[in-house]
Write a protein that binds this ligand. Structure first.
Ligand code: MSP
Length: 574
């Protein structure tokens, strides 16, 4: 068979390349826009979906914590053959299926504390309006033509694939089939007249965009650069409606349905009120996405935007996948981790903490309950919870007030240790800032945990419970040690708010820190050690919150489940 991939049969028309499009970060005065991918409604939410959303939520909350204006958009991807087939298999209509599963995503995101600004469904009228407008714009700019697409198509992934992206395999009956190298799903040869997008013509502009370093972590940027060095055929952007009817019809030709990925990507414009210019917060966005949908976001999406005369994404933050016992999660393997079950077991914040601290964008991570229990016990129950309980306990702080720190009360013999502690902690906000800006949330949490452990060592070595029984100098130094520990906890509580809002709130409330003092903007830490005002001195601590995080004794322990449920409904988890 002669090999033809994405062959162009259409007539080339002249294009206007003289555009002025800005590349790079969000424009001055505009809010930061974070997005999650929009989720397919052909399956219930699972751990992988929740991970994308928790990462995006953490960055969105962090931007607000720094005093910036931020928006977080999410939603559901409801068109395409997969939904059409899933609904048919269930004996339901696509509309019913979409509404039911979309609501499941909303409920799950609410349970996970995802503080989204907007939730878009691609079946909403505002979305089809945006898609139709965008399509017409591409047509006007000369980027759409009628042609014949011949090549491989993977229905499960709704993706067009080149020869190199496919390989031979066998189905369960031993028959030879062709599959996608990346997903392993079967592909079919397709030859169809449909509408094509002049992707090939945009290669120079895409390469220019890549120079702005928009993709993190770096290995994914290298992958995209390699893709752009290879063949970049034009892209089929419609399917005949006899094959795919569940979608948005091509405005000028209802016998064709707009390709589901073009439809889906435009959700990022819909939530920005596109095409209404008035009050639209559209500007370069930061898109969070899993590595499986990198090509759609790093090649097709910027190309569509550039063709329509709009700025390409500011940043693509790409994450790897969660596996279960080393195997990709899949419904057929019955190894899908249910996030609702994890919330029950570990609490919303425990679960969020595990995903953020143990997930790494650069490599796949394995999910297992032993690892969750170990991490939560070590970091949250023992290190952070222990530090809070020991430094606020009645026997060590009978007045339940912030003590006083004076540099003159630091004994010569302890100066070295104090300097070590401050050396480790004073740079923490900047360090966290850098990690968040470069999509290394796990490293930010690791750095905070490192601080917590330094504080524990310091407290243990200085032992204020012993100093309080010694000379006047010892007592004064004991007060300084306590002050430093509370101040360090105030820093950790403040920095942890985006990742674990409920636990952070408990810490800050126990310290008696008011709502106005919980932001990072203008908030100074350890100022008293630099001879400045000793903030909070004499101020009352908040009410005793009990254990910050319950020790996890075993997954099947019914008492534990009961404890966590009670804890969640109480003040600890908001
Ligand atoms: N509908 C498309 C996205 C369109 S965006 C314009 C889609 N949906 S999805 O529901 O299949 O996936 C949504 C997100 O979940 C993707 O970022 C994907 O990478 C992520 N995950 C799905 N399974 C995952 C894991 N096992 N682990 C981590 N995240 C993974 O793709």
């Amino acid at each position: 068979m002669r090999w033809l991939y994405g062959r162009r049969v259409g007539r080339w028309c002249s294009l206007c390349f003289s555009r002025k499009i800005s590349y790079g970060g969000p424009a001055q005065g505009r809010p930061q826009l974070f997005t999650t991918p929009i989720f397919y409604v052909n399956a219930a939410p699972h751990l992988g979906h929740v991970y994308s959303a928790v990462l995006a939520d953490t960055l969105h909350r962090y931007t607000a914590l720094r005093g910036g204006e931020s928006r977080l958009n999410t939603g559901t991807d409801e068109h395409g053959i997969k939904v059409q087939q899933a609904a048919a298999a269930l004996g339901s209509t696509p509309t019913e299926l979409c509404s039911r599963v979309s609501q499941q995503f909303r409920t799950m995101f609410d349970a996970m504390g995802i503080s989204y600004t907007d939730f878009v469904r691609t079946t909403e009228p505002r979305h089809s309006r945006a898609v139709c407008h965008f399509w017409k714009r591409l047509e006007e700019q000369g980027y759409i033509y009628k042609g014949t697409y011949q090549g491989w198509y993977c229905t499960s992934d709704e993706a067009f694939l080149s020869e190199e992206q496919t390989t031979e395999s066998k189905d369960p009956d031993g028959n030879k089939i062709r599959v996608s190298v990346e997903s392993g799903h079967q592909v079919h040869w397709m030859s169809e007249e449909n509408y094509m997008f002049r992707l090939s013509s945009l290669r120079p502009e895409l390469l220019k965009w890549l120079q702005t370093d928009p993709i993190h972590p770096a290995p994914f940027l290298r992958i995209v650069r390699k893709w752009l060095e290879e063949e970049l055929p034009d892209l089929s952007v419609s399917r005949h409606s006899s094959r795919v009817s569940w979608g948005i019809p091509v405005p000028s030709d209802p016998t064709h349905t707009i390709y589901v990925w073009l439809d889906a990507l435009i959700n990022y414009l819909t939530v920005a009120n596109y095409p209404d210019p008035a009050g639209s917060p559209w500007g370069p966005s930061t898109h969070l996405l899993g590595k499986d949908i990198l090509r759609f976001h790093a090649v097709y999406w910027p190309a569509f935007l550039l063709a329509a005369g709009l700025p390409p994404p500011a940043k693509l933050f790409v994450h790897s996948h969660w596996t279960c016992q080393g195997v990709k999660m899949s419904k057929s393997l019955l190894n899908v981790i249910d996030p609702a079950e994890c919330i029950k077991l570990y609490g919303r914040d425990g679960f969020r903490y595990f995903l953020l601290r143990n997930g790494s964008p650069e490599r796949d991570c394995d999910f297992n309950h032993d690892a969750v229990r170990m991490l939560l016990k070590s970091d949250l129950a023992d290190a952070l919870g222990g530090l809070l309980n020991r430094s606020t306990a009645l026997n060590i702080n009978p007045e339940q007030c912030w003590p006083c720190f004076r540099t003159t009360n630091v004994p010569l013999t302890s100066r070295g240790q104090l300097e070590d502690l401050l050396g480790a902690l004073q740079g923490l906000p900047q360090q966290v800032d850098q990690y968040m800006d470069t999509f290394q949330v796990h490293k930010a949490l690791e750095a905070i945990d490192g601080g917590v452990r330094s504080s524990n060592t310091f407290l243990q070595r200085q032992a204020p419970w012993k100093l309080s029984k010694g000379s006047e100098e010892d007592k004064a130094w004991g007060q300084c040690v306590l002050y430093l520990t509370l101040e360090a906890l105030r820093l950790y509580g403040t920095l942890l708010q985006p990742a674990v809002p409920g636990l952070a709130q408990t810490i800050l409330s126990r310290l008696g820190v008011g709502n106005d003092d919980r932001t990072l903007k203008g908030n100074r830490f350890f100022a008293a050690t630099r001879g400045e005002e000793c903030r909070f001195r004499g101020q009352k601590l908040g009410l005793d919150c009990g254990l910050l995080y319950h020790r996890l004794r075993g997954q099947e322990d019914p008492e534990l489940k009961k404890d966590i449920t009670q804890h969640e409904s109480g003040s600890t988890f908001n």
